[in-house]
Design a binder for this molecule. Structure first.
Ligand code: CU
Length: 382
């Protein structure tokens, strides 16, 4: 909330700058006023601490002249450590209870659940280590503060302790890293296994500032593309010499069936964009000239999510997660996860990529897009 207000304020101030250049000097002046304000504040705090310190010193000297024992600073500092520890831990608890709800929503994909298990394992270990080390650090500073009646023992080296605090973290970190490496490999190095139904192929192309979505037609195969064929009517550069292109569809929403493996074939046409779907734990760059892909299986339909969250307005979204230019914020698409039947119905209503205008242009260029035997057979069966 606070950050969005800040963004709005920044946007408003940059708009003001754009409309009248004269405001820039006023802005700079405003910045320096802020710097001066905090500098004065810090200097003032330093002076006050200095004065209080001097008063205490004078008080201490008076006590010493009278033959009394001065202030026990070691004890005061020790107590300060304990107070700092308690306040710090309360602060940690507070920030978790307030900001803890801002983490990602529950995962709605098969691999997302594995990623979350890894995240929470790492998080659990980190929290335990954090509390243990902080309590030891500040607790020791208090427990072993200087006391007149106690002598410090000198421990120059202890091999056992060295071994424990080197080997234990090394083992834990190795397990986490290896587990992470294997999981990442499992998510990204995926090939359709033999006998398994092939993944649903969807083409995602990013450009400033939109995503183009292309679905295969009845044949389930996307036609080839060639960037040299990109034009006003053929925005993706689909190659109609490849017969698989003939029945491809141009969709406005990313609709995917629940429980089915989906393979997003990703590319960008101008600058680097990034495909980001937080609910599915999907994120990968869309790079010009370098095709990337991401395969995942959604586990919850939009309707199921609405029921679970008790929020009828809930929707999955696809965002661009690379700041790619002025309208980057606008680069998002609605994503709907539906049942297999709903998906088939939706697919049947999608516009063909091959528009009448494009057909005319292709005829002019001497290319006559014709369906293959297989496509005709599949179209007739449906
Ligand atoms: Cu973008």
């Amino acid at each position: 909330m606070a950050s969005s207000t800040l963004l709005m304020a920044q946007a408003a101030s940059s708009n003001a700058t754009a409309t009248s250049g004269g405001d820039l000097s006023a802005q700079t002046a405003g910045m320096w006023t802020t710097v001066a304000y905090y500098t004065v504040l810090i200097v003032l705090a330093g002076v006050i601490i200095g004065i209080v310190g001097k008063i205490l010193k004078v008080y201490d000297l008076t006590l010493q002249i009278q033959g009394k024992k001065g202030t026990d600073w070691n004890k005061i500092m020790g107590i300060c450590f304990v107070v700092f520890l308690v306040l710090g831990l309360v602060g940690v608890y507070y920030s978790f209870s307030v900001q803890g709800s801002m983490i990602l929503p529950a995962a709605s994909s098969v691999h997302g659940a594995t990623l979350d298990t890894m995240f929470w394992t790492t998080f659990g270990i980190t929290v335990i280590v954090f509390f243990a080390t902080q309590i030891l650090l500040f607790g020791f500073a208090y427990r072993y503060r200087h006391q007149d009646n106690r002598k410090a023992s000198y421990v120059p080296h202890n091999n056992t302790i060295e071994k424990i605090w080197t080997i234990a973290p090394a083992i834990v970190l190795t397990i986490l890293v290896v587990f992470g490496f294997l999981t990442w490999r499992q998510i990204t190095n995926t090939v359709d296994a033999k006998g398994e139904p092939a993944s649903l192929q969807v083409d995602l192309t990013g450009h400033q500032f939109a995503w183009e979505i292309r679905y295969p037609g009845h044949d389930g195969k996307l036609g080839l593309k060639d960037y040299k064929l990109v034009s006003g009517t053929n925005v993706l550069g689909v190659n109609y010499k490849d017969r698989n292109s003939f029945d491809d569809l141009h969709a406005d929403t990313l609709v995917i069936p629940k429980g089915k493996s989906v393979r997003l074939n990703i590319i960008a046409q101008d600058v680097i964009h990034s495909v980001y779907m937080p609910n599915f734990r999907v994120q990968i760059n869309a790079v010009p000239g370098l095709p990337t892909y991401f395969k995942f299986t959604p586990t919850k339909t939009t309707d199921e999510m609405r029921r679970d969250l008790d929020d009828q307005t809930f929707d999955y979204h696809l965002y661009c997660n690379k700041i790619c230019g002025g309208s980057h914020y606008n680069m998002q698409k609605l994503v709907r996860v539906v049942t297999q039947e709903e998906y088939q119905t939706w697919l049947a209503h999608q516009k063909p990529y091959l528009t009448d205008q494009l057909k005319k242009e292709l005829k002019f260029a001497g290319i006559n897009p014709q369906p293959s035997q297989e496509q005709v057979r599949l179209a007739l069966n449906n």
